[in-house]
Design a protein around this ligand. Sequence first.
Ligand code: MLT
Length: 272
Amino acid sequence: MHPVQLSDTTLWVHEAGAGPPLLLLHGFPFDHRMWSGQEPLARRMRLLVPDQRGFGRSGGALPASIEQLADDAAAVIRARSAGVPAVVCGLSMGGYVAQHLAARHPELVAALVLVDTKLEADTADARTARHDLANRVERVGQAVLAEAMLPRLLAPSPAARRMPRRPAIEETIRSTILATPVPTITAALAALAARPDMTTALGRLTVPTLLVVGAEDAITPPECLERAAAVIPGSRLCVLADCGHMAPLEDPAAFNAALTDFLAGIHPEHPV
Ligand code: MLT
């Protein structure tokens, strides 16, 4: 992994391949490894896959806000692709970060891919639930978060449960959650709860945008991305069957095909 030195901490970035840059932003509470199924995209693109601050190897500082994580991501593009605008793809929390990156640093974003995420802020009830969850994690530990999240992260249908990769995916998710430091979890939950509504800002987007969602996503269901598609000018919506909230991990082949098809349309000089 490559270090990116920020004023207050170091971010670590997994890199692979060559070609137009593709920045992949992980969800909460994961790290760059949740994008392992996207390695085949490195045949035609340069993958930049950071551990965001507080997560994975970038554990030297805590996340304070989604805006801060977006500025971190901008620093990664500047440092690791010499400022060449990247295709920015984020899942869930990474999707919130990607939205802020597009709004705050539009010159660094060639195209946007928002995956299993939403534009709206938390409701008052959702904020209270995050606060309660943070308190329980502080008292009892990460296992509380694993119990709360695991049943909702992956597609629940019998067809999805029968997939041969399913036990390995569940184990990866469980072990990643249990290894995430408690201060990172509580800081990130506070940042997620405080994030603003991005509907108006995203309505002004001018970059090509792909929206991807698992048909069985229980955390940000397809309606969230349908609402985003209605707001973001010229955006394209792709719903992946038999996937839940972790679509790129649950069905990498289908996800990569959707992304490749989208990028072929916007990078005719560099078809992927
Ligand atoms: C994530 O997957 O990043 C989280 O579920 C985001 C959220 O809780 O809003």
